[in-house]
Each structure stands twice: as structure tokens, then as C-alpha cells.
Design a protein. Structure first.
Length: 347
């Protein structure tokens, strides 16, 4: 899902290190530590609350959530991650309660009511889209009005067998499909008119939050991230934390690469945990002081400037999508073309 925005500079010396690719290197990014500078963190959070009328929310919740093994107790049907119960409510309901709390705080401080427009990226896997719509309708769109929601479906992509590289074929003789990853969100938002919809609501930036991060709103993080982004006209921001070795989560890195013109480009991007071996990032051990321990973990919380994200998503070449990540470590259950239940390691 990372939106890689690069700045360019000329290199007049040869001090840059090169990776195995010869033209790419990674560094530990620097950023504001909200735990250390608590006074600034509080100020940034206030900026975020004050700027709420200029902010939208984007929730990519179309993932299959296969690792959860969530099923309907009555029908036995598989359910998407957004329906996972947490503290007596679904994860989706938790996101909306967090948002309503920030809106109420804005009202208490500034005396004005604001209703934040929410864009939700769903998918067709496990009837994800239908389930999301059903929750929203049952709860009367959380008292916010249907007009303040924009739902759009992400495409499914064929699943590849890790053993032979062939597509998995379903009972209907079609390739087995899974959500194509959250990186498609920027182009999809362009194609579905989501950016224009947010502009019509008077929004300049947006907080992007995955449904799986249930503790993101328990401190100042969300408000401070958005506040800094708005106040200083930032194009992109990540919220990060210290990474625990072995965690199945990606890391945020400062990427340095040389283009064909001899210019050096720099930007913050995310490397998924399934790609560590590919990029030579090893897990730290007692005898190995790996840099990975220093890279901050990706918490799946972003701030984006809407115009910057739209500019990337509207490009007419491959740069409108992030690099392809193929995770071949997942066990995929499906009904094959012969009608038998099958389980394959695929991605």
C-alpha cells in the first residue's frame, strides 16, 4: 500500500553504498519520536483535531484474512477480517467508533460539528463487499448518512501454485482469485472517482488505516500524524514503531537509488516481511547484528496528501502501482476443477 514519493539530487561524489542490485540501497529512516518530544506530540495532535474538517478517512478492508480462520457459526461460511469480533464489536465498528470519538473531541474544543467522509476499499472475496454493506445498513450507516461513505471494490488476481508456478483452477474452471493487495488502492481510487468525491467534501488529506490495527487510536498517533501532515503540507507520512524480531510485518526504510541519468533518488517506502530475503535483510540473532532490528515496523497507518496520491494513481504507466510482491508462503483452501476440497501453498 506504500506510496513511494521520491526526491532527486545530483551526486558529486561516490560515497553512496550499493546493494546487490548495484543501484539500490536502504537506510534506517529518521523521524519524530512522539514518546520523546511529548510537548510537540500534543501540539501535533491538536493540529490534527483542528484540521479534521479538511481530512478524509480511507479504509482498505478488502483482505481475505485467511490466517484468522474466521467462519460464520451458523452457516460455516468463511468471513472477512473486518467482521472479526473485538471487545464486543466487529473491527469495522471499532474503526467508526474511533473516528466518531475524534469528531466529538473536535466539537468539544471548537464548538463545530464535522462529519468525516469515509472511503472503504472492499473486495468480492468471502462476500466481503456484501458483508460490509450489510453491517453499514444494519447500523444505519453509523448515523452518518449513506452520502458520507464511498465503497469501491478492489480487483481479484489469480493465485499461483508455489510448487509448479501454475494457476490454481476452481470448480467453475476459472482461476482462483484473491485480493490483489492494498497497493492497488491509489489507481483504483482514481478510476472510481474517490479523489473527486473527497474534494467535493472539501478534503485536502486523508488518514489511511487498515482494519487489523485495533490499537492505533488509543494514543495521539493518528491525530499527530494527520496534524503534522496538514500543518506542514506533507505528501506522505508513516506511523511506525519498534519492530519485534520475527514479526510477520513489514518495515519502513529510506530507499536510495540511482536512475539512468546518474541522479540519486530518495524516498520512504515499505518492504514486506516476505521480501526480506530477496533484499538481503536478515533477522537479527545473537551473533548477527542485523539492520532489520533498527528498521521501524510498518503499522499500516498512513497520512496522504490527496493531490499527491491522485497524481501517482493517475499515471499511465507501471509507476501507478507499487512493485509486485508475491507471497508464496500462504496455505490456500479452494474447491478444484474436479470438485474436491484442496489445500495448496500458493500466493
Amino acid at each position: 500500500m506504500a506510496l513511494e514519493l521520491l526526491s532527486v539530487s545530483k551526486s558529486k561524489d561516490s560515497k553512496h553504498r550499493h546493494s546487490k542490485d548495484k543501484f539500490v540501497d536502504f537506510h534506517v529512516p529518521t523521524g519524530l519520536n512522539l514518546l520523546e518530544d511529548t510537548e510537540y506530540a500534543s501540539q501535533a495532535a491538536m493540529w490534527g483535531i483542528e484540521g479534521l474538517p479538511e481530512l478524509g478517512e480511507i479504509y482498505p478492508i478488502g483482505g481475505a484474512g485467511d490466517r484468522l480462520g474466521l467462519v460464520d457459526s451458523d452457516t460455516g461460511d468463511s468471513l472477512p477480517a473486518a467482521l472479526l469480533p473485538y471487545c464486543g464489536r466487529s473491527l469495522l465498528e471499532g474503526l467508526m467508533r474511533d473516528l466518531q470519538a475524534r469528531e466529538f473531541l473536535h466539537f468539544k474544543i471548537f464548538g463545530k460539528q464535522c462529519i468525516t467522509p469515509v472511503a472503504v476499499m472492499t473486495s468480492s472475496v468471502k462476500n466481503n463487499h456484501e458483508h460490509i454493506v450489510a453491517i453499514c445498513e444494519r447500523l444505519e450507516w453509523f448515523g452518518r448518512g449513506r452520502e458520507n461513505f464511498r465503497l469501491f471494490e478492489q480487483p481479484l488476481v489469480p493465485v499461483v501454485n508455489a510448487e509448479d508456478g501454475k494457476w490454481l483452477i476452481s470448480e467453475s474452471l476459472l482461476p482462483v482469485g484473491k485480493p490483489g493487495g492494498h497497493g492497488a488502492i491509489w489507481k483504483l481510487a482514481c478510476d472510481r472517482g474517490v479523489f473527486e468525491w473527497l474534494y467535493c467534501h472539501g478534503r485536502k488529506g486523508a488518514t489511511v488505516r487498515q482494519v487489523s490495527n485495533v490499537v492505533a487510536a488509543t494514543d495521539l498517533t493518528l491525530m499527530a500524524l494527520a496534524g503534522i501532515g496538514l500543518r506542514h503540507n506533507k505528501k506522505l507520512g508513516f506511523a511506525s514503531c519498534e519492530r519485534r524480531p520475527g514479526a510477520t510485518e513489514g518495515v519502513n526504510v529510506l530507499i536510495e537509488k540511482q536512475n539512468f541519468d546518474g541522479l540519486w533518488e530518495y524516498g520512504i517506502t515499505c518492504i514486506e516481511y516476505t521480501e526480506f530475503e530477496k533484499y538481503g535483510i536478515s533477522e537479527p540473532t545473537a551473533t548477527n547484528d542485523s539492520l532489520q532490528a533498527s528498521y521501524p515496523a510498518n503499522t499500516n497507518i498512513l497520512y496522504v496528501d490527496l493531490q499527491a496520491a491522485q497524481e501517482v494513481g493517475s499515471r499511465k504507466n507501471a509507476s501507478c502501482l507499487p512493485g509486485i510482491v508475491l507471497n508464496l508462503k500462504k496455505a490456500v483452501s479452494y474447491v478444484d476443477h474436479l470438485g474436491f476440497e484442496s489445500l495448496r501453498v500458493a500466493g
